[in-house]
Design a protein around this ligand. Sequence first.
Ligand code: UN1
Length: 493
Amino acid sequence: MAESYRNHIGGRWVDARAGGRQQSLDPATGEVVAEVARSEPADVADAVAAAKAAFEHWRRHPAPKRGEILYRAAEAMARRKEDLARLMTREMGKVIAEARGDVQEGIDLTYFMAGEGRRLAGQTVPAESPDKFAMSVREPVGVVAAITPWNFPMAIPTWKLMPALVGGNTVVFKPASDTPALACELVRILEEAGLPPGVLNLVTGPGATVGDALVQHPDVTLVSFTGSTEAGRAVAVKCADGLKRVSLELGGKNAITVMDDADLDLAVEGILWSAYGTSGQRCTACSRVIVQRGVEQALSARLSARINALRVGNGLDPATDVGPVINRRALEKIDEYVQIGRAEGAELLTGGAPAAVEGLAAGNFYAPTLFGGVRATMRIAQEEIFGPVLSMIAVDDLDEAVRVNNGTAYGLSSAIYTRDVNRAFRAMRELSTGIVYINAGTIGAEIQLPFGGTRGTGNGHREAGTAALDVYTEWKACYVDFSGRLQRAQIDR
Ligand code: UN1
């Protein structure tokens, strides 16, 4: 049975004005999972107007009380975790254990931001003049547009919505067209937790029209976008005109370095998990292994054997290791990159074609793929593939590994396996990504630390942790002079 949802504007569930509908499909079976509104710019205008009107009240609602609503939402998410996870696997394809993890990440973030309702810390500092008080406070920025991708249908929306809401902003939420059902469920949960009408609005529909209208709307003050680098750049350009605040989380080309002193068994586990978990469709996914030559043969033999044993199938089957990729287009793009890799002269060690899964002829499955003999400059080692394709690059030493790791247009996550503490600390300093792991793979960031990357991965902002509050609030510096006379800063000394 397909679920049916509508937009949520000004506290009411409403159809798109023009009545449009669109479907989201199960990438494993091709079945329709949900039907949602196919909105147009007029619906975006309604949603932004509702958010703008609600802002005046919401920004004055005490932050601890805003946090309490989030706390109740987290409780509801925890109660409904299993239902949400199953819906996620059906709509997005990731295996059920990972879908539970995605919901859990949303729960963790929501509890964390609920707590921020009683902190939202500013600074108090001494003033240079006598009888004067100096402090800074966080102020909401206004109407936030949250535009989210399909690969983490619960976690990433919470990264944006929760800090925005606890900070006193109102929101228009535009989820990816491949995963609208989860977004509708999240909005329902927040509404039931007690968010006043208009504080959180939802419009579903195509990025090219709905997303674009939202980004261009003059009453939107801040755009928070996660998606491809190409789309993110276009968002930034559009925001520049209106001097909008913009926070971007874009691509990655993450690498795991394996030094010759590493625990190889541990490294194999970390590589498999980071490269083929979520079918390689994480921004943090490992798509390059940088291996010191002494262990290249041993590592590639162990990896190939383990990859061949991975079970590809429907994520609802607990025996499945690797689920489908999101849609047909993604499958084709992944296959194109594999052909590019072959043409570039990389050695295909295993995989390299769509996978047939019995009884699931309409599914978008790709065989977990490993290339050996890859050079750091090849396109398969430079461009984001966003699928289960891994490239092995051999290097002589740590310096070369660092150069290769840092030598792409992206800088999200990197990892190194070594038992040498000196190498570990040198790597931590030299790997120029926003996230660095020692003796663990590139995925699995926790929500209490900043998430984001250097170079083309974004524009310098971070999600999650208290760092997210710097995106969703603006500083106001306040001075209180209780001397009863004119005191001239920098002059009366
Ligand atoms: C993403 O792929 O955009 O660190 C998010 C991780 C997860 C979040 C990934 N906690 O892999």
